[in-house]
Design a protein around this ligand. Structure first.
Ligand code: ZN
Length: 281
């Protein structure tokens, strides 16, 4: 069973990776229609168009640069570089530890860095300008951010010593979990509260999309919720009070026009508006 999964992901065709992405979009869109968290009254199709444009640019960047990830993974395995290459673990343990470390180094850490390094934030903020967070928001990434993220994923794969099957298993899980935690779905309270001990749920991640700090600088996680708890960036709020977006870019032009969104990283930096410490949700 484990061997089947591993050999599948070791050589997963790029068409299957696209199918996972599209399948996730369709699946979570259907769940959103059935049990929406926020009203669906925001022109879902029109809203989806902008996000699908940025999803396509993400796919393109990954398609053209994937070879560098494949080469890096082949190189670490061939040269015995990286944490997993230095120890001899049972396959199941290697899988769990590998996924945990890839999520920490390939998602949580770069996401934190993108929020704290000005020029990277200017690319990442395009993801945050979305004022209606739903499944299509998951891959709303400026092409520049897609390149930054791929570079971090390569660095993570080298540090972890990740074989090909782990890289692709991680990336597939990362896509689906990101779609899940961005989804505009309401889960039964008991289910959300149970799942959030292990994975990032919609309730948890949506806090990160609040338009003002400090909430936009909390709940960075993508797959596992452990990292936010461990590094003190985990918070729970009354989600009904959330306002999605980013305080410096709230105009229709800055949130809905593809041409403008592509230009934002190259414009003058706008400081976050100061937040009152009393503003607790
Ligand atoms: Zn963010």
């Amino acid at each position: 069973m484990l061997e089947t999964i591993i050999s599948y992901f070791a050589e997963i065709p790029s068409s299957h990776r696209t199918m996972i992405l599209v399948g996730g979009l369709v699946f979570f869109s259907l769940v959103e229609s059935a049990v929406p968290l926020m009203s669906l009254d925001y022109g879902r199709w029109r809203h989806a168009l902008v996000n699908i444009f940025f999803t396509l640019t993400t796919i393109l960047v990954n398609f053209f640069l994937a070879f560098s990830l494949v080469m890096s993974s082949d190189w670490v395995v061939a040269n015995g570089v990286g944490l997993l290459q230095w120890v001899d673990l049972p396959l199941a343990i290697e899988l769990v530890i590998g996924l945990l470390l890839m999520d920490l180094l390939g998602a949580y850490a770069p996401h934190w860095v993108e929020h704290h390094v000005k020029w990277m934030w200017k690319f990442h903020l395009i993801h945050h300008t979305d004022q209606h967070v739903d499944v299509t928001s998951a891959n709303r990434h400026h092409p520049g951010e897609s390149v930054i993220r791929l570079a971090f994923t390569i660095a993570a794969a080298v540090i972890v010593g990740a074989p090909m099957w782990l890289v692709f298993l991680y990336q597939s899980m990362s896509v689906v979990l990101s779609q899940f935690n961005h989804s505009n779905v309401v889960l039964p309270d008991w289910l959300d509260k149970t799942l959030v001990y292990i994975i990032c749920t919609p309730n948890m991640h949506h806090v990160h999309h609040h338009y003002r700090m400090p909430y936009s600088d909390m709940n960075y996680g993508n797959i596992f919720s452990f990292w936010d708890r461990m590094f003190g960036t985990y918070t729970e709020v009354d989600n009904s009070k959330l306002v999605y977006g980013v305080d410096t870019h709230m105009s229709a032009k800055d949130t809905k026009q593809v041409g403008q969104l592509l230009k934002i990283p190259f414009e003058q930096y706008k400081e976050h508006l100061t937040y009152e410490k009393t503003e607790f949700l």
